[in-house]
Design a binder for this molecule. Structure first.
Ligand code: C2E
Ligand code: MG
Ligand code: MG
Length: 574
């Protein structure tokens, strides 16, 4: 247990020390300066006694004059020692300088060498300078210590703050020592602040810290804990030296139990609890930042959950939830500010004549980074906002297309993607009518793409709506064909105009004969049922060649055109 105490205290002291502006100068510099000082001293002594004369450019210079130069160099070494080595340097300097006085005095009084009087005064001056430098150094050290403590201490509670916790984590990560980071947030603490005021709120926080500090610094604890408060009613606890998951849970339960005991402040009783989420280094994450965000994610999951359990270990599933939540926020934001936009990807017939464009939703986050539709469309689908996304793309692209057709007279098709969820909404037909009317887009120039795999689940009701759409003269395309499991009879019932062969088959077509035959069969079946067939995601000339051979009608792919901003698409039409 003693060992544990030392290492616990060390870790905090280490952290403290590292938050210092003063980097320690290597001891070898100390030895070097001392050596230089002795060499300079040796020269000073010999030069001052020398009667030799140097002839430089015909001028006579007594060698003893150089004694002053080497004496000054020696003093510079001494001052550097005080500046760089604090107390050690100061004591060494004093000893060196004072020890020279007897020799100097003997020189004056016994040997009648009055030239050394100057040396005595230089020594005195150096001593005074050393004292001043050292006192200044002490003041700086004290000031730095105070600043350092402030930098890593939470002012309200006196426990380490977020910075200190990150410092400790980086230390442990550098040493590759496993640990667990616990993120804690008090439940309903805000209501204490709101109803009783911040002074009471602060007292409650201080009381909690007292209790938790006692647990963290308990000498007989099974684990080694480091408590910190990043701010508000949040705490981060680093737990080390555990053997099992049970040890971790037990350690956290100690904090939980202590917190849930009645807290009395100014004769009022408060009952608090908290949510605890944790993540482990290195199994869950390998950097402090990610670890904190994972522990936070687990903690928020506990907070939102209706279950009684208030402690949760992070899992990768939770990361997905968190990521989806972030995407959800982006979608809501974009819808609120009406910043969903669209690109148009050209579709061509096999002779490379323009057939039309598919409108594809695009979205940027608040920092202006594109969010991929592969990421936000499924989330929008899940949270029931896909109809708003579809509608926004439909409305904007139809307005643009209506105008383009009016102005150019081009007979081109606008394909829009509509989710089956959206299609089933009662007012879907009204939306279409309204948009067609406003945009002046002829129904025959509009095509609605419905994804095969989703459609199958809700065929009967979907068929009803699709019938109405067809009656208006709008075309229907079955998107991502081949990825679902539609039977021939189902396909026969479905009044589509176009089959869109999914990119995955086109990708494999030239490397596997069966894929080539599969695409060829889809095309034949489509033709038998009187449907046109378009291949999606065509990138290579070989794919194009094969598709020509097996009779594909239309092509959509990077080979002939990537999704373009509307202005660029317009240039293509004009
Ligand atoms: P999709 O309807 O099958 O659209 C085709 C996707 O394939 C587009 O991706 C397009 O950029 C991409 N693509 C086309 N040609 C190539 C190619 O040669 N190579 C490669 N690598 N990719 C190609 P995007 O724009 O990322 O859209 C992904 C999916 O998101 C769409 O697949 C569609 O299912 C959905 N989506 C897009 N916009 C909307 C919308 O407004 N509403 C709904 N409900 N879904 C949409
Ligand atoms: Mg599509
Ligand atoms: Mg598709």
């Amino acid at each position: 247990m003693m060992k544990r105490k030392t290492s616990r205290n060390n870790s905090f002291a280490d952290t403290l020390n590292r938050v210092s502006v003063n980097k320690e100068v290597p001891k070898s510099v100390f030895v070097l300066l001392l050596l230089l000082y002795f060499i300079a001293n040796y020269f000073t002594r010999n030069l001052s006694r020398s009667l030799d004369i140097w002839l430089i450019n015909g001028k006579e210079i007594p060698l003893s004059m150089l004694a002053g130069v080497s004496a000054s160099l020696g003093n510079i070494c001494i001052l550097l020692i005080v500046i760089l080595f604090g107390k050690l340097g100061f004591i060494t300097t004093l000893l060196l300088l004072i020890s020279q006085f007897p020799g100097l005095l003997i020189s004056i009084f016994k040997m009648r060498n009055f030239a050394v009087v100057q040396g005595i005064f230089t020594n005195l001056l150096t001593i005074v300078a050393s004292v001043i430098i050292f006192l200044n150094h002490l003041r700086m050290i004290n000031y730095q210590k105070k600043m350092r403590e402030q930098a890593i201490t939470d002012q309200l509670t006196g426990i380490p703050n977020r910075f200190a916790c990150f410092e400790l984590m980086s230390d442990l990560i550098a040493k590759k020592e496993k640990f667990v980071l616990v993120s804690t947030d008090l439940n309903n603490f805000k209501s204490i602040n709101d109803t009783m005021g911040h002074t009471v709120g602060n007292k409650v926080l201080i009381e909690i810290c007292e209790r938790w500090r006692a647990i963290a610094s308990r000498e007989d604890a099974e684990t080694q804990d480091f408590l910190s408060r990043p701010g508000g009613d949040e705490f981060l606890i680093v737990i080390r030296a555990y053997q099992s998951e049970e040890d971790i849970q037990n350690a956290i339960k100690r904090y939980q139990d202590a917190l849930e005991q009645k807290i009395t402040i100014d004769n009022c009783d408060y009952f608090l609890n908290a949510s605890f989420g944790y993540a482990e280094y290195p199994t869950d994450a390998e950097t402090a930042i990610v670890l904190v965000s994972y522990a936070d994610t687990a903690m928020h999951e506990v907070k939102d959950s209706v279950k009684n359990d208030r402690i949760l270990h992070f899992t990768q599933d939770l990361a997905k939830i968190e990521q989806n939540l972030a995407t959800e926020r982006k979608i809501r934001n974009a819808l609120e500010q009406d910043t969903i936009f669209y690109y148009l990807q050209p579709q061509y017939d096999i002779a490379h004549k323009l057939r039309g464009f598919e409108a594809l939703a695009r979205m940027k986050d608040s920092e202006g980074n594109m969010v991929s539709p592969g990421e936000f469309i499924p989330v929008a689908e899940k949270i029931g906002l896909i109809d708003k996304v579809d509608l926004s793309v439909f409305r904007k692209s139809a307005m643009f297309f209506g105008k383009l057709i009016r102005e150019t007279g081009a007979d081109i098709t606008l394909s829009i993607n509509i989710s089956v969820r959206h299609l089933m909404k009662n007012n879907f037909m009204d939306e279409i009518r309204e948009i067609l009317e406003k945009s002046d887009l002829p129904p025959k120039n509009l095509e609605i793409e419905i994804t095969e795999s989703i459609m199958i689940d809700s065929i009967d009701k979907a068929l009803e709506v699709i019938g109405e759409i067809k009656d208006m003269g709008i075309k229907i395309a079955i998107d991502d064909f081949g990825t679902g499991y539609s039977s021939l009879s189902y396909l026969n019932k479905f009044p589509a105009d176009l089959l869109k062969v999914d990119k995955s088959f086109i990708d494999e077509m030239n490397s596997s004969e069966s894929s080539r035959q599969y695409v060829a069969t889809i095309i034949s079946i489509g033709h038998i049922m009187n449907l046109d067939v378009i291949s999606e995601g065509v990138e290579e000339p070989e794919q194009l060649g094969t598709l020509r051979e097996i009779g594909c009608d239309f092509i959509q792919g990077f080979i002939w055109g990537k999704p373009l901003p509307p202005e660029e698409a317009e240039k293509l039409v004009r």
